[in-house]
Design a protein around this ligand. Sequence first.
Ligand SMILES: [Zn+2]
Ligand SMILES: [Zn+2]
Length: 103
Amino acid sequence: MALLGEKCDRCGTRTRNREDDRAICEACSQEMALMVEASAESERLCPVDGQKMTKEIAHMLVIDRCSTCQGVWLDGGELERIRGGAEEAALRSMAIGFTSPFA
Ligand SMILES: [Zn+2]
Ligand SMILES: [Zn+2]
């Protein structure tokens, strides 16, 4: 076992966390858990154009994004989590370049 840890298989961050015999940092591990959770959720239809939205993970939140209009749907409670402070940047980064249904 390397004292300085290894590089995360997914993002390259140094980590000592290991799962399934490969180095994976905690952030990635949490993200992957979220993706499993997200894939169990039902698909949403965009309220603007009725197209199927795809699940994305952004800053530890599961969001639904419409590939047609790039609108983003947040599940109940997710906005509150973003408002919680640490994830404020998440909202800003998501807001960049998307033409929202709220515009
Ligand atoms: Zn990682
Ligand atoms: Zn849409």
